[in-house]
Design a protein around this ligand. Structure first.
Ligand code: DC
Length: 230
């Protein structure tokens, strides 16, 4: 980070999978005219590349090399690996599982660090992930830890899958959600945990719009406080 980027505000939104943070983060970014970083997509792209090329997901050296040189881009409302539109492919459950595995490798996390920080551009950035407020943007202007019960998150994922015409099994989704939370929370590097100065937002009984308003209000109050110098 340089002196210029340090002055660009970041809103860090972390939380477990299917907490709704992606949707909330995108809407907050749109409301403020800020850039948006879906950091989970970078882990998913890394896992998809490794799976496509037959690289074992626990081969830390090779997976980290792939992460460092990932031909990934976000444009035209889609996510690309070189010329291939992988927007839907990276959302497959198997790729999510793979992403959770490669995300536990320290060299992979290190390889993605600069790439994530490069998204910090004027007028501001909303970054969505697991360690945005604790590691990648520890100096973020506002931090939110967005969560919901495993049951509520599994139900949201279930509805999404059914709407897209896929079959889904609710008890299996609850179990997957709990297993992934356990792995993301227990890993040694950048575990899933709220930053000490994060606002905890439990959206179990909250709709998307109320969550967006709560994040915007938190950001506004953080900016007012920092202008007052405390
Ligand atoms: O948010 P998501 O479900 O797309 O993330 C996919 C996986 O990547 C998830 O298991 C946790 C991991 N991840 C991470 O470790 N750090 C991030 N900043 C974002 C995602």
């Amino acid at each position: 980070m340089n002196a210029t980027s340090a002055s660009i505000p970041v809103i860090a939104i972390d939380g477990p999978s299917a907490s709704g943070k992606g949707t909330v983060a995108e809407r907050v970014a749109a409301a403020l005219g800020f850039h948006f970083l879906d950091s989970g997509a970078l882990y998913r792209l890394t896992a998809l590349s490794a799976m496509n090329q037959g690289v074992a997901l626990d081969d830390e050296v090779r997976v980290a090399e792939m992460a460092a040189t990932l031909p990934a881009s976000f444009h035209d409302g889609a996510i690309w690996l070189a010329e291939e539109n992988v927007t839907d492919a990276i959302r497959a459950e198997a790729v999510g599982e793979g992403a959770s595995k490669v995300a536990a490798l320290p060299a992979v996390r290190a390889a993605l660090l600069d790439r994530q920080r490069a998204y910090r551009q004027a007028p501001g950035l909303v970054a969505d992930g697991r360690d945005m407020g604790t590691v990648v943007f520890a100096d973020a202007a506002a931090k939110v830890f967005l969560t919901a019960s495993a049951e509520a998150r599994a139900e949201r994922r279930y509805k999404q899958l059914i709407e897209k015409g896929n079959s889904a099994n609710l008890p299996a989704l609850v179990a997957d959600m709990q297993a992934r939370d356990a792995r993301d929370t227990a890993r040694a590097v950048a575990p899933l945990k709220p930053a000490a100065d994060a606002l905890l937002l439990d959206t179990t009984h909250m709709d998307v719009e109320s969550a967006v308003q709560a994040v915007l209000a938190h950001y506004a109050s953080c900016m007012t406080r920092s202008k007052q110098g405390n």
